[in-house]
Design a binder for this molecule. Structure first.
Ligand SMILES: Nc1ncnc2c1ncn2[C@@H]1O[C@H](COP(=O)(O)OP(=O)(O)O)[C@@H](O)[C@H]1O
Ligand SMILES: [Mg+2]
Length: 321
């Protein structure tokens, strides 16, 4: 059975630009999919197709059990969307904007008012609540935009680069809000250029580049594909390097590299922390004194680089396009 968000072979061209080149996605209910990719990868176009704002040239999309191409109006009623195009009215205050959204969703005036106040506090906008949105800074607008998407908690949410342009404190706060939302059962598709954000929030990550999903999996699975983990040992005495190297050879699944001047040995392994404990016991048993030992895992940066041949850019000003 397809998940709460399902896409198959989505293609979208703009003139001779093939923005989407056959995107496939499947997001199980109640989970977060992080759509990770550099500028121009096709993230926003994917979100716009799934949220009925853009009609794909071909492909299939089902959101909350509803066929997106056949029943766009029904889809719109079942989703929340925040991002680069949601409607914040410049001339209304932050509070009025949020209350208006509540009223659009048929909330009673009193409930809409209470919900607006709650969100204003949650997003650090209480002090600016009664100023027109046009006086807000970029970060404040982004927070208001997100708050507007959260007035009602829809079963399926889309967030297009929700924390781009936020300072670290506001980013952390937003992560908490997102976690709360998801613990309430919402399915979320989140696009991001921030590897750390995908790592932190997403159950599964789909890496997009040039309009295609080029890899998907949990953060750990993606990392394991990229060379995997390795054990690093720094021995105390240079004389022990050869003996330590022999120990590591017994545990490694590849060649041990040795840096003589730093007394550091590195070997690729599988088996994680359990194996690390065994290595320590073995070194200890042979009387080899160590200054440092650890299990090193590749970061998502390593993953991205090895998948795409380029590093993920983090240029908030361009992402806001
Ligand atoms: N309305 C449009 N008209 C022409 N080209 C577009 C339009 N929207 C997106 N594109 C192009 O499609 C590609 C994917 O863009 P987009 O989905 O915005 O990427 P991302 O959100 O990952 O940065 C880019 O090459 C972009 O320039
Ligand atoms: Mg975008």
């Amino acid at each position: 059975m397809p998940g709460a968000i399902y896409a198959e072979g989505l293609v979208k061209t703009f003139g001779d630009v093939r923005a989407l080149d056959g995107v496939d996605l499947d997001v199980p209910e109640g989970t977060v999919l992080g759509l990770l990719g550099p500028n121009g990868a096709g993230k926003t176009t994917t979100v716009r197709c799934l949220t009925t704002l853009l009609r794909p040239d071909s492909g299939k999309a089902v959101v909350a059990g509803i066929d997106v191409l056949r029943h766009p109006n029904e889809v719109r009623r079942s989703i929340g969307l925040s991002g680069q195009f949601a409607a914040v009215d410049e001339y209304l205050t932050g509070r009025e904007n949020l209350q208006m959204v509540g009223r659009l969703y048929q909330m009673r005036a009193r409930a809409a008012k209470a919900r607006a106040q709650e969100l204003l506090e949650q997003f650090n906008l209480a002090d600016a609540a009664d100023r027109p949105a046009k006086t807000y800074s970029g970060g404040m607008r982004r927070r208001l935009d997100l708050a507007a998407a959260l007035v009602v908690s829809p079963p399926v949410m889309f967030m297009d680069e929700p924390t781009t342009g936020l300072d670290p404190r506001n980013r952390q706060q937003l992560w908490e809000v997102i976690k709360q939302l998801v613990s309430g059962g919402t399915t979320l598709l989140l696009t991001t250029q921030y590897l750390e954000e995908a790592d932190h929030l997403a159950h599964e990550i789909a890496v997009v580049d040039h309009g295609r999903v080029i890899a998907r999996g949990t953060s750990d699975q993606l990392k394991a594909r990229t060379g995997g983990e390795r054990v690093e040992v720094v021995v105390h005495d240079r004389e022990d390097i050869a003996a330590a190297s022999e120990v590591l050879r017994g545990f490694g699944k590849g060649d041990t590299t040795v840096e003589q001047h730093t007394r550091r040995l590195t070997v690729p392994v599988t088996g994680g922390a359990k194996l690390l404990a065994e290595v320590i016991r073995e070194l200890d048993g042979r009387g080899i004194e160590i200054d440092d030992i650890g299990l090193r895992r590749p970061t998502l940066d390593d993953v991205f680089l090895s998948l795409t041949g380029h590093v993920a850019e983090e240029k908030p000003e361009e992402a806001a396009k």
